[in-house]
Design a protein around this ligand. Structure first.
Ligand code: UT7
Length: 323
């Protein structure tokens, strides 16, 4: 059977770092509160004029370099973002044009913080169906542009960034020993719209709007939904929690990472954590964390990775990947 194998990963973070101390000068907050409640110490913020497409292009080039491939080798771009450069066309087509690719398909996927898992599953299914051979899967966001910088309950939590992977269709045996995506699971429940949403949009207000979140409620749902979707991936493959070498979670809050690991009896030292330095970068957080652990040598060929995320919609999902 065809397996979608990750043959390269890359990332990009804007140069400017915003510390908690800087935020404490803008809203009624403190480094102590932000660290204690979220684990976040700093986040990166895009420069004026620097767009999601710019971040995505840089991450995509980094992933192509890492894979040893040329832009022309790619025939599918799936880009996850909730902060596109324009209402249309898709930011994926911006990246495609910047890379000089004139063939294949390019489109955006919108599942907010779960966007990368949705994009990964989408590309995987196209590759397994034989419709494309090599895909760039990108998560890129500039949440700094949709934050209400006077709302201390949200503006301290998010950051900008981008991550990307190259997926290649390869022949596998159909067993858990195969390299590539072994299983993926996606969910949505639109009933919870009001707990995490943006209060604007082209068809409703003709404005971009600002992020609104009932953090406590989202937190509660996150631990429950993530635990369920991780168990679903393990049950689908017959693998066990102890088989997982690295957990690459969406990075919303260190307490969510700890709570989920505890619930599933996962060794916390196997959880890749970037939230302290990146904040919540929405769809970019999983490929950013993945790339960090690949590049620093933690992730080794043949190891089993668990990717998971939960976000606005609500949407949530998981994937088991052999590196
Ligand atoms: O990526 C998509 C998914 N998103 C998430 O998963 C986010 C999930 N939620 C969370 O991470 C947490 O709920 C937060 C970090 C957002 C908040 O932590 P919490 O422990 O749930 O705090 P809380 O919202 O219950 O707020 C506690 C107190 C409140 O004051 P009172 O009502 O107790 O007087 C808030 O007004 O902290 C206050 N507060 C702050 N104080 C200082 C809220 N924001 C701040 C702040 N600085 N920035």
């Amino acid at each position: 059977m065809i397996r979608s194998v990750i043959v390269g990963s890359g990332s990009y973070l804007p140069e400017r770092v915003m510390t908690n101390a800087e935020l404490a000068g803008m809203v009624d907050t403190s480094d102590e509160w932000i660290v204690a409640r979220s684990g976040i110490r700093q986040r990166h913020i895009a420069a004026e004029g620097e767009t999601t497409g710019d971040l995505a292009e840089a991450a995509a080039r980094d992933a192509l370099d890492h894979a040893g491939l040329q832009p022309d080798d790619i025939d599918l771009i799936v880009l996850a973002t909730a902060t596109p450069d324009s209402t249309f066309p898709a930011t994926a087509t911006v990246v495609q044009s910047r890379l000089g690719i004139r063939h294949g398909a390019a489109f955006d996927v919108q599942a907010v913080c779960s966007g990368f898992i949705y994009a990964l599953a989408t590309a995987d299914n196209f590759l397994k169906a034989g419709q494309f051979r090599r895909a760039l899967v990108i998560g890129a966001e500039t949440f700094s542009r949709i934050l209400d910088w006077e709302d201390r309950t949200t503006c301290v939590l998010f950051g900008d960034g981008a991550g990307a992977i190259v997926l290649e269709a390869m022949e596998g045996d159909g067993t858990n020993a195969d390299r590539g995506i072994l299983t993926s699971h996606l969910h949505a429940d639109g009933c919870h719209h009001d707990l995490l949403y943006v209060d604007g949009g082209p068809s409703s207000t003709q404005t971009v709007g600002h992020l609104r979140m009932s953090g406590k409620e989202v937190f509660r749902h996150a631990v429950v939904n993530l635990s369920a979707v991780i168990n679903e991936a393990l049950e689908a493959t017959g693998l066990k929690a102890e088989d997982i070498d690295w957990v690459i979670p969406h990075q919303a809050n260190k307490r969510i990472l700890d709570g989920t690991a505890r619930k599933l009896k996962l060794d916390p030292s196997k959880v890749v954590v970037t939230v302290d330095r990146h904040g919540n970068t929405s769809a970019a957080s999983v490929p950013l964390a993945l790339t960090e652990a690949v590049r620093d040598g933690r992730i080794q060929r043949g190891q089993l990775l668990l990717l998971e995320a939960m976000g606005g919609g609500f949407t949530w999902g998981s994937a088991l990947v052999r590196w």
